[in-house]
Design a protein around this ligand. Structure first.
Ligand code: CA
Length: 424
């Protein structure tokens, strides 16, 4: 078994707030529209965005002996991610090096900052990748157990397949939007309680789902499979993912093929891709899987990640209220098993695919990752500031945050935020 991963102590000449998600340990990747309306690849430290296109143009990445032209002034990171981890993680290390306290390359820090740093407030973050395909898993045993108890049988909440394979469904890429994009309350068919014919209505049970999604970093060919022990080579990094859900539309439509219009009207991602490399120190062991899984799903070592996750609801004109706090480490199925299972039949994957974890719920009621569970299908209203909620109301803003922290080194995701507007 692998030993506990460690962090190497780093410090930067660029001073940041103590609780920033964007320490020198992080160095995530994103796409920003700058004040001059150019769109470039960026990284971030503290409240400053680093213009990677400008660094590349001025020769700071020349040591890679690889043509990086066009990769940092593209509207998405797909081509950059596609050059492979050897170079992308090299670029990340190179950025770390330039911002390290003891760098001897940046003699005039003020001039360097003027040239390559921009205030994060003055840029408009974009979707970091062109999302080629999107799959949503259902990998939290606590979430699947809670949902199974509510909708089926509390004595037997998990279906017979659940502990044998990471259950998932194909979602929709076209409606994945960047944090800050508002979403209209969806309309659809709903079966009112006690009736046997549906009505057409805006959803009355609007919900969030707290998830993390990984971004695929390598293509495969149709017919080939990603082995479970190589799966992480195909994963570039993670984003926060809010899988917005209309529970009443969902419960009427989902049998037998799973969710459809209850989920595909909008999902929201955070702007920064936090790389797998940045999350290395926060690896941890997953739960024991019982019964033992089939050989193609067997993993050993540390494949879960200790990432604290929070959800806030901000009603219009009041402060945000924390409604859920949980951790990614509780996931029953890990990312290697998800990708191995997804491709075991020969399904090909592409750079820019997103694979979301499924709602991340923990073992205690305050750690459930959806209102469905937090209010037990609307039964127990939740206190949100001076008011209460069964489900999301119009003009509520949903804010998700995530960070890992260990030995003084913090790596976080920033925010994934959306405001819900009335039905159109
Ligand atoms: Ca989901």
């Amino acid at each position: 078994m692998k030993s506990e991963p460690k962090t190497t102590q780093l410090s930067s000449w660029l001073k940041t707030e103590n609780d920033t998600d964007f320490t020198i340990y992080n160095i995530p990747f994103g796409i920003a529209e700058l004040p001059d309306h150019s769109i470039v690849a960026v990284s971030r430290i503290g409240d400053k965005v680093i213009n990677l296109y400008a660094l590349q143009r001025d020769g700071y990445f020349d040591s890679f002996n690889h043509d990086l032209d066009g990769l940092f002034n593209s509207p998405n990171l797909n081509a950059f991610i596609g050059i492979g981890k050897k170079i992308t993680s090299g670029v990340r290390s190179r950025i770390t090096q330039l911002f390290e306290e003891n760098t001897d390359e940046v003699s005039d820090k003020e001039a360097f900052s003027r040239k390559y740093l921009i205030s994060a407030e003055s840029v408009k973050m974009q979707l970091p990748v062109k999302v080629t395909d999107y799959t949503d898993f259902y990998s939290s045993i606590e979430h699947a157990g809670n949902v199974g108890s509510m909708f089926r049988d509390p004595q037997n909440p998990l279906l017979p397949n659940w502990r044998h394979l990471p259950v998932g469904y194909h979602g929709r890429a076209s409606s994945i939007v960047i944090s800050g994009t508002p979403i209209h309350r969806p309309k659809g068919q709903i079966l009112p309680a006690g009736q046997d014919t549906p009505v057409f209505s805006a959803t009355r049970m609007f919900d969030f789902e707290l998830e993390l999604a990984f971004v695929v970093g390598q293509n495969t060919e149709l017919g080939s499979s990603v082995p479970v022990d190589k799966a992480e080579d195909y994963i570039f990094g993670f984003l926060l993912f809010n899988d917005l859900s209309a529970r009443d539309i969902q419960s009427w439509e989902y049998v037998p093929l799973g969710p459809f219009l209850s989920k595909n009207f909008g999902s929201v991602v955070s702007p920064w891709i936090v790389t797998l490399e940045a999350l290395e120190p926060y690896r941890t062991k997953g739960p024991v899987q019982e019964p033992e899984v089939l050989d193609y799903l067997k993993t050993d070592g540390l494949h879960n990640f200790d990432i604290n996750l929070e959800v806030y609801i901000k009603p219009q004109e009041s402060e945000p209220s924390l409604v859920a706090a949980t951790n990614f480490k509780y996931m029953y199925w890990n990312i290697s098993q998800q990708l191995a299972h997804h491709t075991v039949n020969g399904c090909n994957i592409n750079i820019g695919d997103l694979y979301a974890s499924g709602t991340i719920s923990g073992p205690t009621p305050g750690s459930y990752g959806s209102l469905l569970e937090l209010t037990w299908r609307g039964k127990n209203k939740l206190k949100v500031g001076d008011t209460e909620r069964a489900f999301i109301e119009d003009y509520d803003t949903i804010i998700m945050r995530g960070y890992a922290s260990k030995e003084g080194a913090r790596v976080g995701f920033g925010e994934c935020e959306t405001t819900i507007l009335p039905a159109k």
